[in-house]
Design a protein around this ligand. Structure first.
Ligand code: DX5
Ligand code: ZN
Length: 218
């Protein structure tokens, strides 16, 4: 992997202008676009489904990094793949058949990601490490943007880095990432960085500068 991957989360974008927001952040230097899907069941918030992902697809050629915070996930995986997701991450906590979910994503020809909450030990994903392209370490409790980074997740990142040695796996951190703390996550082993508030807060004029600041800190 060459250099840090910055994946702005459109959860903090202007939902009345999502197409323009995705276009603006893509032109401002985003590597991936992070799309947070919430169901009001697995997490206490509701966002959007595959219809919105499909509507946004023509607005950017960047990797669509879809983070599913839904349970069950399996009935919707094909719809997200068809909508234009490039990577699909499912939570290890979201159901009893996570191996099947990852297998389904791979069979759909997409990059398979496994996500884990701050309260979940790294060991929970160990049996799955050989089948995933991406591990998404939540550095806040999922559901909302604008929360503070939880420092104990650094240990989880380091354990996953050790677990993934010799494998071509991206380790992505998600939640409370700022130019100030991104270096800690990078030092622990992360190479992909989701940022919502740290990119979108303040509006489009600052997107390029704020993405560059996160990249410089990583
Ligand atoms: C939280 C989401 C995150 C969130 C990140 O449930 O998964 O992607 O939008 O936003 P910030 O960077 O503001 O914490
Ligand atoms: Zn996310």
């Amino acid at each position: 992997m060459t250099g840090p991957i910055i994946s702005p989360s459109i959860l903090s974008a202007d939902f009345a202008n999502l197409g323009e927001e995705v276009r603006a952040v893509s032109e401002a230097g985003a590597d991936w676009i992070h799309l947070d899907v919430m169901d009001g069941h697995f997490v206490p918030n509701i966002t959007f489904g595959p219809g919105v992902v499909k509507a946004l697809r023509p607005h950017s050629a960047k990797v669509f990094d879809v983070h599913l915070m839904i349970a069950p996930a399996d009935p919707y995986l094909a719809a997200f793949a068809e909508a234009g997701a490039d990577a699909i991450s499912v939570h290890v906590e979201a159901g009893p058949h996570i191996h099947r979910s990852l297998q389904t994503i791979l069979n759909l020809g997409k990059r398979a990601g496994i996500a884990l909450n701050p309260g979940t030990p790294a060991s929970a994903i160990e049996p799955l490490i050989d089948m995933v392209d991406l591990v998404l370490v939540m550095t806040v409790n999922p559901g909302f943007g604008g929360q503070s980074f939880i420092p104990s997740t650094l240990e989880t990142i380091a354990r996953i880095k050790a677990m993934s040695a010799g494998r071509d796996i991206d380790i992505e951190v998600d939640g409370g990432i700022t130019p100030e703390n991104v270096g800690l996550a990078a030092a622990a082993g992360a190479n992909a960085f989701v940022a919502g508030n740290a990119v979108f807060k303040g509006g489009p004029a600052g997107y390029a500068e704020r993405i560059a600041a996160i990249r410089a800190g990583a």
